[in-house]
Design a protein around this ligand. Sequence first.
Ligand code: TYM
Length: 332
Amino acid sequence: RPRVLSGIQPTADSFHLGNYLGALRQWVKMQETHDAFYCVVDLHAITVQYDPVELRRRTRVAAAQLFAVGLDPDRCTVFVQSHVPEHTELAWVLICLTGMGEASRMTQFKDKAAKYGEGAASVGLFTYPILQAADILLYHADQVPVGADQKQHLELTRDLAQRFNHRFGETFTLPSPYILKEVEKITDLQDPTAKMSKSSSSPQGILDLLEQPNTLRKKIMRAVTDTGTEIVADEENKPGITNLLRILSALTGTSIPELEKRYAGQGYGTFKKDVAEAVIETFTPIRERAEKLLADEAELDRMLAVGAERARAVARETMEKVRDRAGFLPSF
Ligand code: TYM
């Protein structure tokens, strides 16, 4: 079976629709066809200012959501990144193979760093994509299911894998991004040209997986749409309607042309109501399962311990090879 690895940050109280459609749904599908490893990347979450009590809570909430969307511990490995120390160990080796210029070109770093004062972003934030490369390469992943915003990090990962292999001998698999065009960038409901994002300025633009039906409905009914009345996909002139069409299409399995036909001559109101119902129908059972999982923290922690054990077995083996090839003296 081909291997997949992907990760998600525990940086908010809930994942959102962009995470779900852009990544998590593919994670669930791929556990059937791939040898799948999925991690809650808590080490990535500390690259920006954070509160340790919140981080611990959010890491559990993140894990609960992963199981709630349908990841099955019998079919895939779900674990917490910091439980596998090899991630940071490999990251250091890769950091030493990365050029300053190369790392400086990462657009996500530039965007995030811009929010801090000049020079105030952490060095961790700068090396963030290299830790991500370590996550992927440790498991010899063939495919990495992600949204469009991760493309550049995947390119860096391939470059680093190639560089290591070239200098020290064939060690790493070159991973390919697995990105579904139709859902690669779900946009903000209030600013439909921007990516729906945990760090968005207004919560009104984000649909959270753990949100109550009423709130979801309100946000969707108030979503910014475009002038005109036609329900057609038109990225340029109707980014709001296009985003909602993509969402409804992904959630119902109905193609966009079919939806355009169905809603021809109808107002935005009916259409939005249907989008809201589709979102609520999808999110409600997920929220209920997550709540149940969170009610038993000991069991949740135990599930993560099982995942960590399996992940460590793979990571340890890779790191042994890496240490040897990179020229470190054996310690026993
Ligand atoms: P993160 O936590 O920001 O997001 C998790 C996943 O959700 C996708 N995503 C979206 N997809 C479509 N539309 C959106 N609006 C949207 N917003 C988020 C992201 O592309 C991602 O797939 N750097 C990664 C975490 C990471 C990782 C890894 C991923 C760490 N190590 C190894 C893959 C492999 C991140 O910040 O994702």
